[in-house]
Design a protein around this ligand. Structure first.
Ligand SMILES: Cc1cc2nc3c(=O)[nH]c(=O)nc-3n(C[C@H](O)[C@H](O)[C@H](O)COP(=O)(O)O)c2cc1C
Length: 168
Protein backbone atom coordinates (compact mmCIF):
# COMPACT_ATOMS: atom_id res chain seq x y z
CA UNK A 1 0.00 0.00 0.00
CA UNK A 2 1.57 3.24 -1.18
CA UNK A 3 -0.73 5.76 0.40
CA UNK A 4 -0.46 6.86 4.02
CA UNK A 5 -3.25 8.37 6.06
CA UNK A 6 -2.77 12.04 6.95
CA UNK A 7 -4.92 14.60 8.74
CA UNK A 8 -6.99 16.53 6.20
CA UNK A 9 -6.23 19.80 7.99
CA UNK A 10 -2.50 19.11 7.68
CA UNK A 11 -2.53 18.94 3.88
CA UNK A 12 -0.53 21.73 2.33
CA UNK A 13 -2.27 24.34 0.16
CA UNK A 14 -0.28 22.90 -2.75
CA UNK A 15 -1.76 19.46 -2.20
CA UNK A 16 -5.19 20.97 -1.87
CA UNK A 17 -5.19 22.52 -5.33
CA UNK A 18 -7.39 19.64 -6.34
CA UNK A 19 -9.45 21.29 -8.97
CA UNK A 20 -6.98 23.77 -10.42
CA UNK A 21 -5.39 22.20 -13.41
CA UNK A 22 -6.10 18.70 -12.14
CA UNK A 23 -9.02 16.47 -12.88
CA UNK A 24 -9.62 14.01 -10.08
CA UNK A 25 -11.55 10.76 -10.12
CA UNK A 26 -14.79 10.71 -8.18
CA UNK A 27 -15.50 7.21 -6.93
CA UNK A 28 -18.31 5.67 -4.90
CA UNK A 29 -19.56 2.23 -4.04
CA UNK A 30 -18.39 -0.55 -1.76
CA UNK A 31 -16.49 -3.85 -2.01
CA UNK A 32 -19.35 -5.44 -3.94
CA UNK A 33 -19.55 -2.80 -6.69
CA UNK A 34 -18.22 0.66 -7.42
CA UNK A 35 -17.70 3.12 -10.24
CA UNK A 36 -15.47 6.05 -10.99
CA UNK A 37 -15.51 9.06 -13.30
CA UNK A 38 -13.35 12.06 -14.04
CA UNK A 39 -14.52 15.35 -12.57
CA UNK A 40 -13.39 18.84 -13.42
CA UNK A 41 -15.49 20.86 -11.06
CA UNK A 42 -15.50 20.97 -7.33
CA UNK A 43 -14.13 22.81 -4.38
CA UNK A 44 -12.50 22.45 -1.02
CA UNK A 45 -13.31 24.52 1.99
CA UNK A 46 -14.88 24.82 5.36
CA UNK A 47 -18.57 24.29 6.13
CA UNK A 48 -20.44 23.62 9.37
CA UNK A 49 -17.01 23.79 11.03
CA UNK A 50 -15.77 20.83 9.04
CA UNK A 51 -13.27 20.51 6.20
CA UNK A 52 -15.38 19.79 3.14
CA UNK A 53 -15.11 18.84 -0.50
CA UNK A 54 -17.97 19.74 -2.86
CA UNK A 55 -18.56 17.91 -6.14
CA UNK A 56 -21.16 18.27 -8.90
CA UNK A 57 -22.58 15.19 -10.59
CA UNK A 58 -25.03 15.05 -13.49
CA UNK A 59 -27.83 12.60 -12.89
CA UNK A 60 -27.14 10.85 -16.20
CA UNK A 61 -23.79 9.56 -14.91
CA UNK A 62 -23.60 5.94 -13.83
CA UNK A 63 -21.47 7.17 -10.94
CA UNK A 64 -24.48 9.21 -9.77
CA UNK A 65 -26.27 6.04 -8.66
CA UNK A 66 -23.29 5.02 -6.54
CA UNK A 67 -22.90 8.44 -4.94
CA UNK A 68 -26.63 8.51 -4.22
CA UNK A 69 -26.80 5.07 -2.68
CA UNK A 70 -23.75 5.36 -0.42
CA UNK A 71 -22.90 7.63 2.49
CA UNK A 72 -19.35 8.26 1.29
CA UNK A 73 -17.54 9.24 -1.88
CA UNK A 74 -13.85 9.65 -2.61
CA UNK A 75 -11.81 12.06 -4.69
CA UNK A 76 -8.50 10.68 -6.02
CA UNK A 77 -5.83 12.70 -7.79
CA UNK A 78 -3.82 10.45 -10.08
CA UNK A 79 -0.24 11.32 -11.07
CA UNK A 80 0.15 13.59 -14.12
CA UNK A 81 1.30 10.63 -16.24
CA UNK A 82 -2.09 8.88 -15.84
CA UNK A 83 -3.94 11.18 -18.23
CA UNK A 84 -4.91 8.05 -20.17
CA UNK A 85 -6.99 6.91 -17.20
CA UNK A 86 -8.58 10.33 -16.76
CA UNK A 87 -9.49 10.41 -20.44
CA UNK A 88 -11.05 6.96 -20.35
CA UNK A 89 -12.91 7.53 -17.08
CA UNK A 90 -14.20 10.84 -18.41
CA UNK A 91 -15.42 9.60 -21.77
CA UNK A 92 -16.63 6.05 -21.20
CA UNK A 93 -19.38 4.89 -18.87
CA UNK A 94 -19.12 2.19 -16.26
CA UNK A 95 -22.44 0.96 -17.62
CA UNK A 96 -20.53 -0.36 -20.64
CA UNK A 97 -17.20 -1.46 -19.24
CA UNK A 98 -15.12 -1.96 -16.10
CA UNK A 99 -13.13 1.26 -16.28
CA UNK A 100 -11.17 0.54 -13.12
CA UNK A 101 -9.86 -2.76 -14.47
CA UNK A 102 -9.18 -1.22 -17.89
CA UNK A 103 -7.04 1.49 -16.25
CA UNK A 104 -5.22 -1.03 -14.06
CA UNK A 105 -6.16 0.84 -10.90
CA UNK A 106 -5.88 -0.81 -7.48
CA UNK A 107 -8.94 -0.31 -5.30
CA UNK A 108 -8.55 0.32 -1.59
CA UNK A 109 -11.27 1.09 0.91
CA UNK A 110 -11.44 3.87 3.43
CA UNK A 111 -14.05 5.02 5.94
CA UNK A 112 -17.48 3.60 5.20
CA UNK A 113 -15.87 1.08 2.83
CA UNK A 114 -15.50 3.92 0.32
CA UNK A 115 -13.33 2.89 -2.65
CA UNK A 116 -10.28 4.82 -3.81
CA UNK A 117 -7.11 4.17 -5.77
CA UNK A 118 -3.70 3.30 -4.39
CA UNK A 119 -2.03 4.78 -7.49
CA UNK A 120 -3.27 8.25 -6.48
CA UNK A 121 -1.05 11.06 -5.21
CA UNK A 122 -3.77 12.31 -2.93
CA UNK A 123 -7.13 10.93 -1.83
CA UNK A 124 -9.94 12.54 0.12
CA UNK A 125 -12.58 10.29 1.66
CA UNK A 126 -15.77 12.27 2.11
CA UNK A 127 -18.93 11.62 4.10
CA UNK A 128 -21.97 13.19 2.53
CA UNK A 129 -23.33 16.09 4.55
CA UNK A 130 -25.62 17.80 2.08
CA UNK A 131 -26.97 17.27 -1.41
CA UNK A 132 -29.02 19.60 -3.54
CA UNK A 133 -30.08 19.70 -7.16
CA UNK A 134 -28.91 22.70 -9.08
CA UNK A 135 -31.90 24.39 -10.69
CA UNK A 136 -32.39 26.85 -13.55
CA UNK A 137 -34.47 29.14 -11.35
CA UNK A 138 -31.57 29.55 -8.93
CA UNK A 139 -29.08 30.67 -11.57
CA UNK A 140 -27.98 34.27 -11.19
CA UNK A 141 -25.51 34.50 -14.07
CA UNK A 142 -27.31 32.84 -16.97
CA UNK A 143 -24.46 33.62 -19.34
CA UNK A 144 -22.08 31.58 -17.20
CA UNK A 145 -24.45 28.65 -16.74
CA UNK A 146 -26.24 28.26 -20.06
CA UNK A 147 -23.41 26.72 -22.13
CA UNK A 148 -23.40 23.76 -19.77
CA UNK A 149 -27.11 22.96 -19.70
CA UNK A 150 -28.21 23.03 -23.32
CA UNK A 151 -29.60 19.53 -22.85
CA UNK A 152 -30.72 19.95 -19.25
CA UNK A 153 -29.14 17.21 -17.14
CA UNK A 154 -28.48 19.53 -14.24
CA UNK A 155 -25.89 18.67 -11.65
CA UNK A 156 -26.60 17.54 -8.15
CA UNK A 157 -24.22 19.17 -5.71
CA UNK A 158 -22.77 17.09 -2.89
CA UNK A 159 -20.96 18.57 0.06
CA UNK A 160 -18.89 15.93 1.82
CA UNK A 161 -16.96 16.16 5.05
CA UNK A 162 -13.36 15.15 4.46
CA UNK A 163 -13.10 12.40 7.06
CA UNK A 164 -9.87 10.86 5.82
CA UNK A 165 -7.03 11.95 3.59
CA UNK A 166 -4.27 9.80 2.07
CA UNK A 167 -1.04 11.05 0.58
CA UNK A 168 1.66 9.16 -1.29
C1 LIG B 1 -12.12 16.70 -17.82
C2 LIG B 1 -13.49 16.16 -17.49
C3 LIG B 1 -14.19 16.68 -16.40
C4 LIG B 1 -15.48 16.22 -16.08
N1 LIG B 1 -16.14 16.74 -15.01
C5 LIG B 1 -17.38 16.27 -14.67
C6 LIG B 1 -18.06 16.78 -13.50
O1 LIG B 1 -17.54 17.61 -12.75
N2 LIG B 1 -19.31 16.32 -13.27
C7 LIG B 1 -19.93 15.40 -14.07
O2 LIG B 1 -21.09 15.01 -13.81
N3 LIG B 1 -19.29 14.88 -15.16
C8 LIG B 1 -18.02 15.29 -15.47
N4 LIG B 1 -17.35 14.76 -16.54
C9 LIG B 1 -18.01 13.75 -17.38
C10 LIG B 1 -17.89 12.31 -16.85
O3 LIG B 1 -16.59 12.03 -16.38
C11 LIG B 1 -18.23 11.33 -18.00
O4 LIG B 1 -19.53 11.59 -18.47
C12 LIG B 1 -18.07 9.88 -17.61
O5 LIG B 1 -18.02 9.11 -18.79
C13 LIG B 1 -19.19 9.38 -16.71
O6 LIG B 1 -18.95 8.03 -16.42
P1 LIG B 1 -20.00 7.08 -15.72
O7 LIG B 1 -21.23 7.00 -16.61
O8 LIG B 1 -19.30 5.77 -15.59
O9 LIG B 1 -20.34 7.69 -14.39
C14 LIG B 1 -16.07 15.20 -16.88
C15 LIG B 1 -15.36 14.66 -17.97
C16 LIG B 1 -14.08 15.13 -18.27
C17 LIG B 1 -13.33 14.51 -19.42
Amino acid sequence: MRLKAVNARDLTPEALRLFTGRTPLLTAGDPTACNTMTIGWGGLGEFWQKPVCTVYVRQSRYTFQFVESHDYFTVSILPEDRKDALRLCGTRSGRDMDKIAACGLTVRYGAGDAPFFDEAELVLVCRKLYAQDMKPECVIDHGAASPFYKEGDWHRMYVGEVVEAYHA
